[in-house]
Design a protein around this ligand. Structure first.
Ligand code: SAM
Length: 282
């Protein structure tokens, strides 16, 4: 069989040889098109000045693209033991440039592998994508990564970059945009994946802010947005009752109209409310 342009066997052959049939429980939808994975890899450029952390390399389509596009060092964290031999083949092809960690990214301390600048690039398992993103954004700050280039279901991507007064604006938009500059780069047709998921995917890039302003306690910010968007049709004077004894007074002190609804507030408004409520005490 002819080799791919990186000198490795084609991914379909790798998957067949290692019996890597896609498992739904692991959110496995693989990308085969090297042009597409190279485009995703290039979105995170430059790749040679930072360690690239990839969550969920699977058979290694995106991993190979990252290495082909010049990543000096990739650390790939994969939960599915079945994928490890395929990943070892890539590591052997690129000596010293690919480190494989067999672990659950939800439990593993990725930062412990990083010394210097790091970027996260991943086609995330759709079932844990928002949990991973939220975990990264609520961790120690400034964070250990300088950018996140991530593939999500399109609907989730839209929730990350949504502006106030739009349907997708909610908790994820507020947290993401308080922490980072966030933009949607491009969509990926469902048919590019094997097996094809039900909906389109999108690549999103988040570049963390050095300082998150207005300053507030991140878990209090989460409490405020949970209360406000948990009852998004209600006015704030009512929806914030679960976290403040007198929301009308709290909002008046901040110059925020208590008759507004959650989706009408800016990201900064939410941070100011959280700051006024102080640090979250467990
Ligand atoms: N990167 C490959 C690609 O683009 O074709 C595969 C992407 S697939 C959407 C998601 C990958 O994440 C799968 O390989 C899956 O086994 C892996 N995965 C799922 N849950 C994981 C977890 N908790 N920790 C690490 N990897 C996980």
């Amino acid at each position: 069989m002819p080799l791919s342009e990186d000198g490795l066997p084609p991914l379909r052959e790798v998957i067949a040889r290692h019996g890597l049939d896609a498992r739904k429980s692991l959110g496995q939808n693989f990308l085969f098109d090297l042009n597409l994975t190279r485009r995703i890899a290039r979105s995170a450029a430059p790749l040679d000045a930072a360690t690239i952390v990839e969550v969920g390399p699977g058979p290694g389509g995106l991993t190979r693209a990252l290495l082909l596009e010049g990543a000096k060092k990739v650390i790939a964290v994969e939960k599915d033991q079945r994928a490890l031999p395929a990943l070892e083949e890539i590591a052997a092809h690129y000596p010293g440039r690919l480190e494989i960690i067999a672990a659950d990214a939800l439990r593993h301390d990725l930062a412990s592998h990083i010394d210097g600048e790091a970027k996260i690039v991943a086609n995330l398992p759709y079932n844990i994508a928002t949990v991973l993103l939220t975990g990264w954004l609520t961790g120690p700050w400034p964070p250990w990564f300088s950018s996140l280039t991530l593939m999500f279901q399109k609907e989730v991507a839209e929730r990350i970059v949504a502006a106030p007064r739009s349907e997708s604006y909610g908790r994820l938009a507020v947290l993401s945009q308080w922490c980072a500059g966030a933009r949607k780069l491009f969509d990926i047709d469902r048919r590019a994946f094997s097996p094809p998921p039900k909906i389109t995917s999108s690549v999103v890039q988040l570049v963390p802010k050095t300082v998150r302003e207005p300053a507030c306690d991140v878990s209090m910010l989460e409490k405020v947005t949970a209360a406000a968007f948990g009852q998004r049709r209600k006015m704030l004077r009512s929806s914030l009752k679960s976290i403040s004894p007198d929301p009308s007074q709290l909002l008046a002190n901040l110059g925020i109209d208590a008759n507004l609804r959650a989706e009408q507030l800016t990201v900064a408004d939410f941070a100011r409310i959280a700051a006024a409520l102080g640090a979250d005490r467990p």
